[in-house]
Design a protein around this ligand. Sequence first.
Ligand SMILES: Nc1nc2c(ncn2[C@@H]2O[C@H](COP(=O)(O)OP(=O)(O)OP(=O)(O)O)[C@@H](O)[C@H]2O)c(=O)[nH]1
Ligand SMILES: [Mg+2]
Length: 244
Amino acid sequence: MTSKVELVSVVIPKLNEAGTILEAINTIDTYTSYPKEIIIVDSNSTDGTIEIVKDTNRCRLIIEPRRGYGLALMTGMKSAKGNIIVMVDGDGTYEVRHIHRMITKMVEKDADMVLATRMYDPNKAMGLFNFIGNKVITTFYDFFYSQFLSDTQSGFRAISHEAIDKVKLNEGDMAYATEMLVQFAKEGFSMIEVPTTYKARKYGRPKLRRFKSGIEIFSTIFRGILDAETIRKCQENWKQNRFR
Ligand SMILES: Nc1nc2c(ncn2[C@@H]2O[C@H](COP(=O)(O)OP(=O)(O)OP(=O)(O)O)[C@@H](O)[C@H]2O)c(=O)[nH]1
Ligand SMILES: [Mg+2]
């Protein structure tokens, strides 16, 4: 539950995103009027990103030498001081202006997590493979974990710090985001979505390795399904919450 905003910690994992990071920082600074801190977690970028971040003097920079999207987020969240944590990519693909709208919704609905969904975006900028993969994963996830999400692979989320501290997450790479949803469903934490827009990557290369990530994400979902206790809890939570 998130009934008030004390401090928002925006955690940005980034690796070689020199072309987009400054704009992301500036936009977050301008459009998020809640009290905030920006934490950048870098795995030793070699394209000048680190220098750009240092020059801004507006962010806390953490070097996490181990590679992996999940590891970077775990490290960043560990040092977050806010009662709300926002995770978002530093690659210019997500509309970071929408952080404000996500947090307002979070407080209004007293939610544990708000995901920015890209599924209602009129620009349809998501690549076809990613779109299909996302749809399949989301359908499986919703069915087995009794949820109604439309974009489980969104890496743009506002999360209650208290809630994330209660779950144990181990996935070091892209499956981290799915593991978080599995654990939140098991704990009965409330998850809602707000629409956002999405842009295709303009700078650098994606770090997502589709095949490897696909296997890890499905393994994460199926591991939870095989755990009868998890599924029982999700169904129980759904029954309790459906008339709310
Ligand atoms: N610190 C750190 N950040 C990472 C690592 N791998 C990925 N990232 C960052 O995590 C975010 C998500 O990775 P992306 O490559 O954008 O993956 P994606 O969003 O699936 O791919 P795109 O559609 O191309 O954006 C980006 O901001 C990356 O720079 C890593 O090993 N270390
Ligand atoms: Mg990205």
